[in-house]
Structure formats: structure tokens, C-alpha cells
Design a protein around this ligand. Structure first.
Ligand code: NAD
Length: 276
């Protein structure tokens, strides 16, 4: 059984659960790509901060965009810690839908390129806001899960750990909310909900990486969920260069030295491909 330590920090988002419709996939600017590749070649201690966008090409839609889960499940009602404490069956009803896509997704070339970068010894670690475990499946070993994991669950009463897949199967079979076999308490996914205290250790490790890195790759995140959205500026203030890879503009673009517009699965591998 794990000892769970939570920080005083809670997961919050800017008030944009539903942003404007996404722009069509922009072409990656070749000059910007060349600039970015030079930064990669010069860097010795690279880090990555990833968000929902890196897993879109693996078949997991981000929550906010058209077709995303917030379209059918109001995040205020289904995705906050308070709503979970009030009525856990709501979260698990949404969770059943989420499990259908999340459990069958496979890593895409962007996840794989980061795993290969780690093997080359140049990557300090992947800091991820994702809960889908795809970095680990791709082969990354130093993955810092800021928002927990959908692949783990625990009992709210006695803290007993559960394997997420087993719990999701029970939920798929109609057990909503799922309950602890030992004490009957309600089970909670380890994925952190809005308003929920953040796990302490991952954020501390992420801060250490931001202070140490000389190049941060920010991939597929709108940088509108806090405290993760503060990390690029921390890396920047510590002297790192920053490359942003995504499909649309955000209000934190000014942190970037280079912006690459395009799909992560296409752009990320090209950063490390010396033949391109
Ligand atoms: P977000 O939905 O706020 O932003 C996604 C970003 O990814 C957008 O900027 C979008 O332009 C970009 N994007 C979309 N498709 C892309 C692609 N193919 N290639 C590159 N970029 C692409 O996501 P967020 O900033 O991670 O914050 C949302 C929260 O929801 C996070 O806390 C995260 O934990 C959670 N979430 C996780 C998953 C997952 O685990 N796969 C999926 C959805 C949401």
C-alpha cells in the first residue's frame, strides 16, 4: 500500500474548458524546424513537458476540443474533486467512457522519439500532465506524472491500491461506483481531478528538472492547467531554451524561443532526425 502525500497545491484550470474550435493542422515551418534542430543539437540536458495533444495521434482526443469528453460531460459536474466527493458515480460514469479509448491506445512516434532520446542519455525526464501511461509503454523510464494515472486506483477509506484496468473492467460491467473489496469504501482513480490536492513528490521532481534543464520541449499542451503551466517559465528563468509544439496558439506562446505548429507525431521525431 502506498503512502499518499499531497501538496497544498490544487489542480486548477483557466476558465476555458471549451476553447474556440481548433485550427486545421498547420504545416510545420521548415525554418523554425531547422532553428529547433540546432537548439536540440546544442543541448546537453533536454526535458519534455507533455499534455493531452501528444496522445491525440494515439486516438485519445483532448478533453476540450470538438469531440472531446467535456462535450458530453460537464467538467464542473463530472470532473472536479468536490463533485466526486458529492457523488462518485458521476465521475465513474464518465470514467467508463474514458476507459474505452484510453485503455486501447498505443504510443505514437512522438512518445517513441522521447523514449529513444532518453536512451541516448540526453533527456533528463518527461514531465507529463497525461494520465494515459503511454510514455511508459513507449519505453520512457523517467516519467513524472503530475496529474497521476488512470491506470491506478485506490480506496478512499483504507487507501488499498488497485490496478486501474481491473477497476475499469468492474465499472464496464456496471459496478458504479466501484467499491473496496476489503472495507467497502469508494474507489478513486489516481487521476487528479480539478480542485484536488496535487501529489507532492512529482511536482518537486518536476521543479528540479526545470531548474537543471538547458532545453525544454513543450508538446501538446494549452498551458492552461496549473501549476503545470508555470513550469516552462521556471525553466526559462533558469536559463533554458524552450521549444513549443502544438496545433494552435495559446496565451503563453511568449515563453517559447521556437514555435512548431503541427502534429506531435509528425514534428517530434523530425527534431532528432539528422537526415531531415
Ligand atoms: P489541453 O486539452 O488543454 O490542450 C491540448 C493542446 O494540444 C492544445 O494546445 C492543442 O492545440 C494541442 N494538440 C491537439 N492535438 C495535437 C496534436 N496532434 N499534436 C500536437 N498538439 C496537439 O491539454 P492539457 O494542456 O494537457 O490540459 C488538459 C488536462 O486534461 C491535463 O490535466 C491532462 O491531464 C488531462 N488530459 C489527459 C489526457 C491524456 O492522458 N491523454 C487526455 C485529455 C486530457
Amino acid at each position: 500500500m502506498q503512502n499518499r502525500c499531497f501538496s497544498l497545491c490544487r489542480l486548477v484550470t483557466e476558465n476555458n474548458f471549451y476553447p474556440d474550435a481548433q485550427q486545421p493542422d498547420a504545416m510545420c515551418d521548415e525554418n523554425a524546424l531547422e532553428q529547433a534542430k540546432k537548439l536540440v543539437a546544442a543541448a546537453k540536458k533536454i526535458s519534455a513537458l507533455t499534455g493531452a495533444g501528444i496522445s491525440v495521434d494515439s486516438g485519445i482526443p483532448d478533453f476540450r476540443s470538438e469531440g472531446g469528453i467535456w462535450e458530453r460531460f460537464d467538467p464542473h459536474e463530472y470532473g472536479t474533486y468536490d463533485s466526486f466527493l458529492n457523488d462518485p458515480s458521476k465521475f465513474w460514469t464518465m470514467g467508463r467512457e474514458l476507459a474505452k479509448v484510453m485503455l486501447k491506445a498505443k504510443p505514437n512516434p512522438a512518445h517513441i522519439a522521447l523514449a529513444e532520446l532518453e536512451q541516448s542519455g540526453k533527456l533528463l525526464g518527461v514531465i507529463t500532465q497525461n494520465i494515459d501511461n503511454l510514455h511508459q509503454v513507449a519505453g520512457s523510464t523517467n516519467v513524472i506524472e503530475l496529474h497521476g494515472s488512470y491506470l491506478r486506483a485506490y480506496c478512499m477509506e483504507c487507501n488499498k491500491d488497485y490496478v486501474g484496468e481491473e477497476v475499469h473492467q468492474r465499472v464496464a460491467d456496471g459496478e458504479i461506483p466501484p467499491r473496496c473489496e476489503k472495507c467497502g469504501g469508494v474507489l478513486k482513480s489516481e487521476a487528479v481531478l480539478f480542485g484536488e490536492p496535487m501529489p507532492e513528490d512529482p511536482m518537486a521532481r518536476a521543479v528540479d528538472i526545470c531548474k537543471d534543464t538547458d532545453l525544454m520541449l513543450i508538446i501538446g499542451t494549452s498551458l492552461s492547467v496549473y501549476p503545470a503551466a508555470f513550469l516552462p517559465q521556471l525553466a526559462k528563468n533558469s536559463g533554458a531554451k524552450v521549444i513549443l509544439i502544438k496545433l494552435e496558439g495559446s496565451n503563453r506562446d511568449d515563453v517559447a524561443d521556437v514555435i512548431l505548429m503541427g502534429k506531435a507525431s509528425n514534428v517530434v521525431p523530425r527534431l532528432f532526425d539528422s537526415s531531415v
